[in-house]
Structure formats: structure tokens, C-alpha cells
Design a protein around this ligand. Structure first.
Ligand code: PBG
Length: 322
């Protein structure tokens, strides 16, 4: 590969969270970049984010605005690092001044997975007994699963994947809902008992993809990371992020999506649910993949007209009170 911009003797500093999943992801980016640019050096700088430190508060209470990204962003703005590798779903839809989402990598399966305790290995979501305790920290998963399975109990869970699985195995929960992508990346795909279909639960915006953030106008880094861009994933995730950006007013809300690319066409399905799962508004738009962001905005406006605005207002009021 020849490039007019890339200086081969350059050292590129990759910011990463310290969690096992984050490091696996950043090491993958590092190895891929090294393959494309054998004469450059790619070094990983590990950083703790607020989300890694506050482990005893439910995520929904602290909100997730930059909880897993802020320290990595400060590192780039201070020129201590050149880029940051994120799980795209943890990256807020509005980035700080001076930073951009420079690249979206090929997505893993974006669905959620059911992981069962030993005693329930023959079950699926629709055959778990009434009162079975399902662990999740996501309002999106909670609202959609409550909507379909009101007889199940839902209990908050925090901690990294290993911690959560240990709590499940210890009997604190009968089942967990986790991202398929995270389990696969950590080599724990064998723990998946059911891949949850979009008819039951739409996944999070950006789930399963990595987002590489860098300084706005840093042409060298932007060119370097472009080799990892996956165009279908990019269009899907840009539509999903525009949908979320248009809907959310600064707090965690049960919002889910599903996207399909067929030829030049992008299909975006999105939903907004009330916290109790009793009300759920869902619709689909189809259009040119190149108009991804416009499609996301269009679907958000459509859902607001169908009752999503009421649900959102109610959630914002509830969170302010708590
Ligand atoms: N919020 C935590 C988080 N951020 C990214 C992933 C892994 C999946 C992905 O890349 O989307 C997970 C774990 C989970 O949701 O189970």
C-alpha cells in the first residue's frame, strides 16, 4: 500500500479502556493496522474511564453520556494519543468539539444473547418459568423483554463480562442478556443459549461494531484508519446513530434498532419503549444507503408522531425525579 500522507516512521498511539473486551478490540485494530502499514509502529495506551471505576451504581441512574469514552477523548485532545477504539454502542452520538468518528469497522452479529444458568439449560426466553430472574443493566433490553415476557423478573447487573458470568454461575441470576458480539470476541460464544431475534428485542445503536475516534482534521490518522472502514456497516450505523441523536435528550432511554442492507437499499427499523414495557412504538423506513443519516432522522420524527415523544418526556421527568 502506498500513501501520500502516511509517514512510515510514525508511531501511532491507540487509546483503549483496560477491560478485557476493550483490549481484545484494540489489539485487533492494532494488528490490522500493522498488517497494512508494516513500517509504522502502533502502540496501545491503556486508560481507565469513569464507567470502569463506578461499578456499584445502576447504569441507568448515572446515565451513559461518555461514561466509557471521556478519558480517552481527553487523551486525544491533549495529544497523548492519536486515536481511540470504542465499542461503537458506547460512543455518544454527539462528540466533543475537535474530535470525529473517523472509521466504523465491520460489524459482528449485533444481536443480544440469552445466557442461562446450569439449572435452566433446556429453556429459551419463552419457556423460562414465571419469576425466573434475568440480569441486565440495559433499559432497552429490560423494556422489550418485559413487554414480551411480563412474568419474568428483571434485576440490574454491573461489572465486566467475566464478573457477570460469575454472578450467573453463582446463582444470583437464572439468566443474563449479553451482546453476542462481546461474547464472541472474548471466545465465549459457547455460553450463548439463544440469539434473541429482532421480533423480540431490537439491538442497541452501533452494537457489534467498533468506532475509531480521532482528532478532526488529522489527515494522516484519518487516512491510516480508513483501511479498516466497512461501508455497509458504516451506512447502517450512521442511520442508527442519526435515529438515536434525533430522539434522545441526554439520558438513557429504551431505544432499539435493526438494519438491513440489500444492494443500495437500507432498511432501518427502530423502537422506543416505556420503562415498564407496556407501551412500545416501532416502525420501519427504507431508502438509499447513501442517505443513511436522513433515514435515521426521518424514522425518529415518524416515531415521535406515533407516541414516542410522550414516552420520552415521561422518562426524562422520571429520571429527573429519581
Ligand atoms: N455496554 C457494555 C458493552 N459495550 C459493548 C459491549 C459488547 C458488544 C458490542 O460491541 O456491541 C458491551 C457488553 C454487552 O452489552 O453485553
Amino acid at each position: 500500500m502506498t500513501s501520500t500522507v502516511v509517514n512510515p516512521s510514525h508511531t501511532v498511539r491507540l487509546g483503549s479502556r483496560k477491560s478485557q473486551l476493550a483490549l481484545v478490540q484494540t489489539e485487533w485494530v492494532q494488528a490490522e493496522l500493522q498488517k497494512h502499514y508494516p513500517n509504522s509502529t502502533f502502540e496501545i495506551h491503556k486508560m481507565s474511564t469513569q464507567g470502569d471505576k463506578i461499578l456499584d451504581v445502576p447504569l441507568a441512574k448515572i446515565g451513559d453520556k461518555g461514561l466509557f469514552t471521556k478519558e480517552l477523548e481527553v487523551g486525544m485532545l491533549n495529544k497523548e494519543t492519536d486515536l481511540a477504539v470504542h465499542s461503537l454502542k458506547d460512543l455518544p452520538t454527539n462528540l466533543p468539539e475537535g474530535l470525529v468518528l473517523g472509521c466504523i469497522t465491520e460489524r459482528e452479529n449485533p444481536a443480544d444473547a440469552l445466557v442461562l444458568h446450569q439449572n435452566y439449560k433446556d429453556k429459551q426466553l419463552d419457556t423460562l418459568p414465571p419469576g425466573a430472574v434475568v440480569g441486565t443493566s440495559s433499559l432497552r433490553r429490560l423494556a422489550q423483554l418485559r413487554h414480551h415476557f411480563p412474568h419474568l423478573e428483571f434485576k440490574d447487573i454491573r461489572g465486566n463480562l467475566n464478573t457477570r458470568l460469575a454472578k450467573l454461575d453463582a446463582g444470583e441470576y437464572d439468566a443474563l442478556i449479553l451482546a453476542v458480539a462481546g461474547l464472541h470476541r472474548l471466545g465465549m460464544g459457547d455460553r450463548i443459549d439463544q440469539v434473541i431475534p429482532p421480533e423480540i428485542s431490537l439491538h442497541a445503536v452501533g452494537q457489534g461494531a467498533l468506532g475509531i475516534e480521532c482528532r478532526d482534521g488529522d489527515t494522516e490518522i484519518l487516512e491510516i484508519i480508513k483501511v479498516l472502514e466497512h461501508e455497509p456497516t458504516k451506512y447502517r450505523c450512521l442511520a442508527e446513530r442519526a435515529f438515536l441523536r434525533t430522539l434522545e435528550g441526554g439520558c438513557q432511554v429504551p431505544i432499539g434498532v435493526n438494519t438491513v442492507i440489500e444492494g443500495d437499499q437500507l432498511t432501518l427499523t427502530g423502537m422506543v419503549a416505556s420503562l415498564d414495557g407496556k407501551r412500545l412504538v416501532k416502525d420501519t423506513v427504507v431508502g438509499a444507503a447513501t442517505e443513511a443519516e436522513q433515514l435515521g432522522i426521518e424514522l425518529a420524527e415518524e416515531l415521535k408522531n406515533q407516541g414516542a415523544q410522550d414516552i420520552l418526556n415521561e422518562i426524562f421527568a422520571q429520571i429527573q425525579r429519581s
